[in-house]
Design a protein. Sequence first.
Length: 193
Amino acid sequence: MKKSKKIAVACVIAIAVSSLFLWWLTGKWMDEGLDPVADGTNDYAIILGAKVKRDALSLSLQYRLNAALEYANEHPHVTMILSGGQGPDEHISEAEAMSRFLTENGIAAERLILEDVSTSTYENILFSKEFLPTETTSVTIITSDYHLARARKLAASLDLESDAVSAETPKVVAAKLVLRERIALVKTYIVGK
């Protein structure tokens, strides 16, 4: 075998091994992001937004809100920060859509704080932190199961400890979202945002 062919084969093997390692590592991080499970200890919970369709919530946002509603009913002392701005193809902000759903399902508006300008997970946490009392150092993060590790890593980078409420990922979009999240998670560990 020629030297150039050996080098090419070695490169392919190295890339394959590195890819498998990164797949395993990001999966491990995602699993670790699910713990500790929130138990009502924190007085504030941040619900991370997701796409709002013209006439309905996206499945991802619906699942997050179902988890948030259950948690809010179990822990009536917790104040919810609804975090998500309005994309160019959304007719209302994600925060407003979340507020409508929660109030229509019996959660008092007084328990809800709307953060409606963020456009990324980093901004979700950063801008939501502005609504927290200065002495607050720990929050509950409510988002999709695949998304918790990165959200909590970003919260830690902003000096917030966190526990988690995980929402199931809709099966119809799981493969795409989980793959995208693995890439974003590596980026967050390298760049910090």
